[in-house]
Design a binder for this molecule. Structure first.
Ligand code: NAD
Ligand code: GLY
Length: 377
């Protein structure tokens, strides 16, 4: 069932479709969704539901979700909180729970939490009995604007971020904006990094809007947040509908991620938040684009200013040597035939994925950041 299935649902939710033919699904965005059965029932095909959450989110929202699932045979698995637990060992706890409770092929997994829980529950759903349904109930801004949409699921490996995973689309994404009220400021900012990403890669008008509404977003103005989530999801849904398996333009969604993943792995998972690493990584991508003569230095400055204005780091850590950067970046899913491909900017709202850049410019940038802060902008 597509988003039209929610036409009769109560409340003032915004909804849009991820258009993937028979696997299309709705993204519902708004307040007071999480405890409302109407938003779940159309997307649960069997009787069994396993809610996957963590020990931070479960005490806040699990009761409301389980109340909304009254009548289903509902189980739960509560994972330890943290990016450092996004691994195969922790994933196995989901399988243990599924098998111990003898859950069948018609079970629905429900991911209640941020991107870590969503990626792990989604991957468990992709693998369990070769694939079962799952619903995303994202509770961080980052998960509401990015990770819950598009079907990328997986876990980290000590040698590389998100290196073990699968494409597996959810049946629905239910993004309750009220849950953002309990989110720490640092996590809100991390989500705003991915919001800025959409403006940078393909939506210059949205970038302008973010500059104008920066303070409303930081103040968690409900209308501004809902608008930013909807515009982000619309951008992501369009990209995913056009290129579900990342044969081409979906790679643009990785702006800043090659640098960012290197920061996350290099500093130890959990030390930098994913969104923080992406923010610094996007500035590095902008810097490199400027060094290549692709991007106006004024646009690098605008990028830095907006991200810094959201309280995000705009310089990478100085702890990584140039050699370590290169080693970490070589473990990137965009590497093809041994050649590193990067997402670079031709302007704000105009990104491109390419292996066709001067490696000396990259080395120059890495040399600059491994010894001192980036200077341009
Ligand atoms: P996260 O899942 O670690 O959540 C951040 C923190 O906020 C955690 O401590 C969490 O317990 C807590 N939290 C969650 N909701 C809360 C709430 N409402 N109130 C209070 N605390 C709350 O991190 P994240 O930023 O949501 O996601 C990052 C992860 O997402 C990374 O692993 C990244 O690789 C992944 N990701 C995946 C995709 C994708 O397409 N699948 C895209 C972007 C990021
Ligand atoms: N977050 C990148 C993607 O979904 O492709």
């Amino acid at each position: 069932m597509g988003a039209k299935g929610l036409a009769a649902a109560p409340g003032d939710a915004r909804w849009l479709d991820v258009d993937l033919g028979a696997r299309s699904y709705p993204i519902v965005i708004g307040p007071r969704l999480i405890g409302d059965p109407a938003y779940y029932r159309p997307y649960i095909r069997g009787r069994q539901v396993l809610v996957v959450s963590n020990d931070t989110v479960a005490p806040l929202y699990l009761d409301a979700v389980e109340a909304a699932l009254a009548g289903f045979d509902c189980h739960r698995v509560i994972l330890p909180d943290g990016e450092q637990y996004k691994d195969l060992g922790t994933l196995n706890r989901i399988f243990d729970t599924l098998l111990t409770a003898r859950m069948g092929r018609d079970v629905t997994l429900l991911a209640l939490g941020g991107g870590v829980v969503g990626d792990m529950a989604g991957f468990a759903a992709a693998c369990y009995q070769r694939g079962v349904d799952f619903i995303q109930v994202p509770t961080t801004l980052l998960a509401q604007v990015d990770s819950s949409v598009g079907g990328k699921t997986g876990v980290n490996h000590p040698l590389g971020k998100n290196m073990i995973g699968a494409f597996h689309q959810p049946r629905a994404v239910i993004a309750d904006t009220d849950t953002l009220n309990t989110l720490p400021d640092r996590e809100l900012a991390a989500g705003l990094a991915e919001v800025v990403k959409y403006g940078l890669i393909r939506d210059a008008g949205f970038f302008d809007w973010l500059e104008v509404h920066r303070e409303r977003l930081l103040a968690r103005d409900a209308g501004a947040l809902a608008e930013a989530i909807e515009r982000s999801c619309r951008n992501k849904a369009e990209v995913v509908a056009a290129d579900e398996r990342e044969a081409g333009q979906r790679a643009l969604l990785n702006l800043g991620h090659t640098f960012g993943h290197a920061i996350e792995a290099g500093m130890g998972y959990g030390a930098w938040l994913h969104g923080e690493a992406v923010a610094a990584g996007m500035v590095m991508a902008a810097e490199l684009s400027a060094r290549l003569g692709w991007l106006d230095i004024a646009d690098v400055a605008r990028t830095r200013r907006l991200l810094a204005g959201f309280g995000l780091p705009v310089d990478p850590p100085t702890d990584l040597s140039e050699a370590r950067w290169l080693e970490l970046m070589a473990v990137d899913k965009k590497v093809q035939a041994g050649r590193l491909r990067l997402v670079l900017l031709r302007g704000i709202g105009a990104a491109e994925v390419t292996a066709d850049f001067d490696p000396a410019a990259l080395r120059g940038l890495l040399e600059a950041v491994s010894g001192a802060a980036v200077t341009a902008g």
